[in-house]
Design a binder for this molecule. Structure first.
Ligand code: B9F
Length: 127
């Protein structure tokens, strides 16, 4: 019944974990994101995420969220995606992300990375 309401714990294909605390009536949510990967020596710390999801009867909702990495860097990632339920009844989040690195204006051309991530639900420890 609550399939594809994003509340809960998720893990993606590179091993990052996210915890979505609760989804409000308007679809807004917040949580924590613990990335498993980083391109600096700065020690990774959990980051805050803020997002919004569709809550329609039809299922397979789209969503988006922003991760502010201020706990260890000045960059920002936005994710957008859609939740599907597979044959086995398992929820899958198909997402794409854009990661903006803080750069000086002359480096603007190369400041945004793009990629995809697939998330599945996980049990166990909070982020
Ligand atoms: O690696 C990023 C970072 C920002 C400034 C120095 C290092 C922060 C972590 C981003 C994590 C991304 C991946 N994790 C995940 O689960 S978000 C999208 C991917 N999915 C080096 C300089 C600027 C950016 C990278 Fe940096």
């Amino acid at each position: 019944p609550f399939q594809c309401v994003l509340t809960g714990l998720w893990r993606n294909d590179v091993g990052s974990r996210m915890q979505i605390d609760r989804v409000n009536e308007d679809g807004s949510f917040s949580g924590k994101y613990h990335t498993a990967v980083s391109l600096t020596e700065n020690s990774i710390k959990p980051a805050t995420l803020i997002g919004s999801q569709q809550l329609s009867e039809g299922g397979q909702p789209t969503f988006g969220f922003t991760v502010n990495w201020k706990s260890f860097s000045e960059s920002t990632t936005v994710f957008t995606g859609q939740c599907y339920v597979g044959e086995n009844g398992k929820e899958i989040l198909q997402t794409m992300w854009l990661l903006r690195e803080k750069v000086d204006p002359q480096n603007n051309w190369g400041a945004t990375r793009v990629g995809t991530n697939i998330f599945t639900r996980t049990k166990g420890q909070n982020v």
